[in-house]
Design a protein around this ligand. Structure first.
Ligand code: UDP
Length: 241
């Protein structure tokens, strides 16, 4: 079931159900896009309707972040739980190793996708990583990157270019990619060990965002969106203006 939040349709599924749904897409073939929707993306989409169109044409849209979970509850259409990019990616990679699906990692600084692929292969035996490519290429190099991915023929493509570039990139080339593709933000940095994931206690207390802000103070500009997003949700669903 999908619930609507500020114009975006979000899948009201828990983590296990989401994993199963994406696995179904992979098994059926024909490809598809998976978006883990966060408040920054949805706030920006209010003034850039193209971003809403991209989200609403994706096969799966998950509530990524406590902000989205809270907003869905406030709107009267709650979702079961937060489904973050990195957690869903790790589950899908585990599934890929069991099912024999081929995986490609695109994005992050040079060397990071390779390091992440190595870590994943150590963790999930039998995993087939059919290619990696860094994420610092120019628009006129898209074709070259695309050709490499197509030649490798993955079943699952993880794209770490940051939002919303990764979502737009996948949307633009989905037909040619002919696989299931998902944007994963900074996940390769964490999986490779270049960046530490916020400790579990910060996730449990729902203050992971605060931990990331302390660790990477340059994120404050992005986080300025969070109170604006909260106000927008309050205005629309609580005050009904
Ligand atoms: N990135 C990239 N190419 C770019 C800009 C960013 O590959 O032109 C990568 C960056 O190295 C990082 C990821 O995109 O690995 C974005 O991480 P961020 O922490 O911003 O994403 P979040 O998890 O917050 O969505």
């Amino acid at each position: 079931m999908k619930v609507e939040l500020l114009g975006a349709k979000i899948d009201a599924l828990n983590m296990q159900e989401t994993e199963n749904m994406v696995a179904g897409m992979v098994s059926r073939g024909g490809g598809g896009q998976v978006i883990t929707l966060n408040p920054e993306y949805l706030y920006r989409a209010q003034s850039e309707p193209g971003l809403l169109d991209v989200a609403n044409s994706a096969g799966v849209v998950t509530p990524d972040g406590e902000g989205i979970v809270w907003a869905c509850k406030t709107s009267g259409h709650p979702v079961p739980e937060r489904v973050t990019g990195i957690d869903l990616m790790l589950r899908l990679v585990r599934r890929a190793s069991a099912e024999g699906w081929k995986v490609f990692l695109l994005g992050a600084s040079p060397g990071v996708a390779d390091a992440a692929a190595k870590k994943l292969s150590e963790r999930f035996s039998g995993l087939q990583v059919v290619g990696t490519h860094h994420g610092y290429f120019k628009d006129d190099e898209d074709k070259e990157v695309l050709d490499r991915i197509i030649a490798a023929g993955p079943d699952l493509l993880f794209v770490a270019l940051g939002a919303p570039r990764q979502e737009l990139w996948i949307h633009r080339y989905l037909q040619q990619l002919n696989c299931v593709a998902m944007g994963v933000g900074g996940s390769f940095d964490v999986i490779s060990g270049h960046v530490q994931r916020a400790p579990l206690w910060t996730q449990r207390l729902k203050i992971e965002w605060f931990y990331r802000l302390v660790k990477e103070p340059t994120r404050w500009r992005r986080m300025m969106v969070l109170p604006k997003f909260a106000w927008l949700v309050t205005k629309k669903y609580r005050l009904k203006t």
